[in-house]
Design a protein around this ligand. Structure first.
Ligand SMILES: Cc1cc2nc3c(=O)[nH]c(=O)nc-3n(C[C@H](O)[C@H](O)[C@H](O)COP(=O)(O)OP(=O)(O)OC[C@H]3O[C@@H](n4cnc5c(N)ncnc54)[C@H](O)[C@@H]3O)c2cc1C
Length: 885
């Protein structure tokens, strides 16, 4: 039953009484409007409080010349009502601000929303009352509001950033802020105008102002990447796609990474020729679509600095080709952030504007503004007298409007600003521990500004209103995330932020544009579709991470973390689960080998190295194939003898090709991957003996192979890690070769299955317990399993070469790897360990699929360099990924 006692718009609301509703919503933009509609349909009484004079939010305030959306309008629309979709026709590919505002007005009228919106009403404070279990919202106009639930639809880009320049108040001319543009017309004709700021709003408004003004001076601190919008009617191909299956198109958008239906690009940059890359880029440039250019060039463009630099170079080339004055062109070329790490812009005549005789660019990096004077702007090199100053200086993004309501007081009298003193912390970007019944629409920690906001807003509103309805049905009155769930989400956010390049730029995404604001990537970088899946999973798992309470002590709390896997590991495992593959052990040895070969073929090819050579080396009567990876640098390099994974049954000298290439590049060492013989054709101890024979032969032929003579290093993954460990023991016992260090990646060290990780991670993480049983049965008889050549943990561990042991949290082999590292250390062997949180058995060898594996490989490379006594500077791979594990 509704709790409304005083209807909005009545005297109680207007005169300073108390308005009681089920739900209070702050903000009447895209989010607040849809929220009100959904709440009403779900039978809740609700009021929307909006400081502006009408609906529209962003599109009410940002009326500056040239303002448009930069997600194609057919995508940047509500999708909740199919009839609404056909009732409104957009006139352009990127609608102008007036058209979007008309659209939001049309929506408000269609669903009769205005009658529950109090315009011109700013919420100034909000307080949770523990006794009544309600929020009290104080406003600057009319009644306070008491509501059980408080939804902040206050916008990510709605709190303009104040100018950080002295003297603004002294200026005698006109001052405008793009984010608070007046409703009356601003006349530029015959005026000298300054625009400060070249983000989206600057880039959109500058060309329009330049056409009207007598003279325009643009003050730029940080150049931004921009590409032509090519505005006009909605592109025929996109419109046709939408119209052919509207519901399907919308579903694809919801499942996509950015909220616009584009496929996942699979080709990596180094697989494409220069000409192919250029052709793709030119097509993207001609398309005039940010999501397209950000996602459709090559798979590594958003996650790898080298892949990204290729796009950035081409974009800079375009700027130089348009802007005639070389110094101005150079100043307009961004050089301090990867493309996409800062919000790129769509432009219409922006670069060409700088060829106009009435436009000058002032590069604030070379001549900072020192003051604003009565007549204009002073830099340390000149005075620019102007009649109008336009501040296009952006927003205190994501948290600005939330923190502007101060205090928001939660449980125990704690204020949200204090709780967020070191940066925002949320669960799912939707809720905050200690603040019951408070919901943030597109809050920090959700995809929000990294997505098509229309899609993200609808998802959040639906999730919140569905939860409120479910709570009501179950008889609960409060909902609040637990500290555990919130801390887990923060960890997941940090993990996600290691996948993309956003963390490498100083931007409003990271809070860097506001002096004193805590730094950190605020939006969720893991993608719209995966995020939606996680929110749904929270519900499916009994509101995991939430405490629900109700009358008479009713309580439900299913505590826990929703994502413990690394984000890319989660995606890969979900993808594998969707494939519903038969167990590998049911395929037979040859079937399993065929499957692995097919599976590997779907993974991106390894990166280029100096040289790849195939050869063969003797092992007893047989010859073993090997593949040698040589760095591109000249000279003799240390040699790493590498043993591939595959449970002694699968794989070959080529099957870990991407890993060997990556490590060859990172270490600047020769990697020689050995094709040891496999079970069941060659059972124990063939693989162990082959490993030893190969290491010995390679050490003896180091010079012929182009390697440094002297100690070799050994490395291996999984069963290959087992062979590497065993090789070290055999080399010690048999008088050589000399081994300088061993890298053991998720090694088998013990044939016991007693280790808890065998039970904890028995299924669900690709390498299963049952597959390990099968591998062991294929390779060796039960009677052999105590032999140190299969269970090196049971061997003599004294006097072995230094080791670096990598284990993964979600791997059946985790505990035996840790046990081996600890046992080595106990026997005086120098040991480094990486216990990789959130990773699975294949995390580090799925190079360029599991991006979060990069930091682990960096650590492995560092260990190998230390073993070989090579200084770090000699490695050749870029070191752009900080440690994630
Ligand atoms: C110029 C510009 C262009 C953009 N283009 C795109 C685009 O192409 N695609 C895209 O996806 N996104 C775009 N965005 C982001 C845009 O903000 C969102 O798409 C969307 O409009 C946000 O809707 P919202 O309802 O969440 O917030 P807003 O539209 O910002 O609405 C929030 C409302 O809350 C009100 N409010 C805030 N605090 C209070 C308070 N204390 N009391 C009362 N009222 C309050 C504000 O007045 C405002 O009206 C753009 C943003 C800008 C600034």
């Amino acid at each position: 039953m509704s709790e409304t006692m005083v209807a909005p718009g009545t005297s109680g609301a207007a005169s300073g009484g108390l308005q009681q509703v089920d739900v209070a919503v702050v903000g009447a933009g895209f989010a607040g409007l849809y929220c009100l509609h959904r709440l009403r349909k779900a039978g809740f009484s609700a009021v929307v409080l909006e400081s502006g004079g009408d609906v529209g939010g962003t599109w009410y305030w940002n009326r500056y010349p040239g303002a448009r959306c930069d997600i194609q309008t057919i995508d940047y629309s509500y999708t909740f009502d199919p009839e609404l979709e056909t009732a409104w026709q957009w006139s352009e590919k990127y609608a102008t601000q007036p058209e979007i505002l008309r659209y939001l007005g049309f929506v408000a009228d269609r669903y009769d929303l205005r009658r529950d919106i109090r315009f011109g009403t700013k919420v100034t404070q909000a307080t949770w009352d523990e006794t009544s279990g309600r929020w009290l919202l104080t406003t600057d106009n009319g009644a306070s509001v008491s509501a059980r639930d408080y939804i902040m639809a206050t916008g990510c880009l709605s709190q303009p950033k104040p100018p950080e320049i002295d003297g603004v108040q002294d200026f005698k001319g006109e001052i405008y802020f793009t984010g608070r543009w007046p409703h009356n017309e601003v006349t530029f004709a015959g005026k000298r105008v300054a625009v400060i700021g070249t983000g989206s709003s600057g880039i959109q408004s500058i060309p329009v102002i330049a056409e009207q003004a007598d003279y325009l001076t643009v003050f730029q601190r940080t150049p931004n990447f921009a590409m032509p919008a090519h505005n006009g009617p909605a592109p025929a191909d996109r419109a046709a796609l939408l119209n052919s299956d509207r519901a399907g198109y919308r579903e694809q958008a919801r499942a996509s990474m950015a909220g616009v239906p584009y496929p996942q690009q699979m080709d990596v940059s180094w697989q494409l020729t220069d000409a192919e890359r250029r052709a793709r880029f030119e097509k993207a440039w001609a398309t005039g679509d940010l999501v397209y250019i950000l996602s459709q060039l090559w798979a590594d463009q958003a996650v790898d600095a080298e892949g990204n630099a290729l796009v950035a170079d081409l974009l800079r080339e375009k700027v130089r080709s348009i802007v005639k004055d070389p110094e101005t062109a150079e100043a307009l070329c961004p050089d301090d952030h990867p493309f996409g790490a800062k919000r790129p812009c769509l432009e219409t005549n922006y670069y060409a504007t700088f060829n106009r005789p009435n436009v000058t660019l002032v590069n604030l990096r070379k001549e900072p503004i020192t003051a604003i004077t009565a007549t204009g702007i002073k830099t340390d090199k000149r005075n620019v007298d102007v009649d109008i100053i336009v501040f296009a200086t952006g927003f205190d993004a994501m948290t600005g409007a939330i923190r502007a309501i101060h205090p928001i007081t939660g449980r125990g009298g704690r204020s949200l600003s204090d709780v967020w003193a070191d940066g925002p912390e949320t669960y799912l970007g939707l809720t905050v521990a200690g603040f019951p019944n408070l919901f943030l629409i597109t809050g920090p920690g959700s995809p929000s500004v990294l997505s098509n906001m229309a899609v993200s807003i609808e998802q959040h509103v639906d999730w919140v209103v569905d939860r409120l309805a479910a709570l009501r049905s179950a008889g609960f009155t409060t909902i609040e995330p637990t500290e555990t769930a919130q801390a887990g989400w923060q960890r997941h956010l940090a993990d996600c932020s290691m996948v993309t390049l956003h963390r490498l730029a100083n931007t409003w995404y990271t809070g860097a544009n506001v002096p004193g604001k805590p730094r950190g990537v605020m939006p969720y970088t893991g993608g719209v579709g995966p995020y939606r899946g996680i929110c749904n999973e929270v519900v499916d798992r009994g509101m995991l991470g939430f405490r629900l309470t109700g009358p008479r002590g009713a309580e439900q709390c299913n505590d826990g973390e929703i994502v413990r896997l690394q984000p890319d590991v989660r995606l890969v495992l979900n993808w594998l689960a969707e494939m519903n593959l038969p167990p590998i052990e049911s395929m037979g040895a040859q079937g399993a080998r065929d499957f692995v070969a097919q599976f590997n073929a779907t993974r991106p090819a390894g990166r280029p190295v100096g040289e790849v050579l195939d050869g063969a080396l003797p092992a007893g009567e047989d010859m073993l194939k090997y593949r040698l990876y040589r760095p591109a640098t000249p000279g003799l390099h240390p040699i790493v003898v590498y043993f591939h994974g595959g449970g002694w049954v699968l794989g070959d000298e080529q099957s870990d090709d991407p890993f060997c290439r990556d490590m060859c590049r990172r270490t600047n060492m020769i990697f020689i991957s050995v094709g040891y013989r496999h079970a069941p054709e060659h059972r124990f101890p063939t693989a162990a003996e082959d490993g030893y024979a190969a290491a010995k032969w390679i050490a003896e032929h180091a010079l012929e192979l182009g390697g440094q003579p002297g100690p070799i290093l050994v490395a291996g993954w999984s069963a290959g890690g087992n062979i590497a460990a065993v090789t070290c023991q055999l080399a010690r016992d048999r008088g050589g070769p000399e081994i300088g260090g061993q890298l053991l990646l998720n090694p088998v060290t013990d044939c016991s299955t007693e280790h808890p990780s065998y039970t904890e991670n028995a299924t669900g993480y690709f390498l299963t317990r049952s597959l390990m049983y099968w591998f062991k049965d294929m390779y060796c008889a039960p009677a052999d399993r105590g032999d140190p050549r299969i269970s090196p943990l049971r061997g003599n561990l004294k006097g072995l070469p230094p080791a670096f042991v990598v284990t993964s949290e979600f791997d059946p082999l985790r505990d035996e790897g840790i046990a081996y590292a600890e046992a080595l250390a106990a026997h005086g062997v120098p040991v480094g360990q990486l216990k990789a949180r959130g990773h699975f058995h294949s995390s580090f060898t799925m190079v360029d699929v599991i991006i979060t594996g990069v930091s682990g490989r960096e650590q492995m490379a560092e260990a190998l360099r230390m073993f070989a006594k090579v200084p770090e500077a000699e490695s050749t791979a870029p070191q752009v990924h900080a440690a994630a594990s």
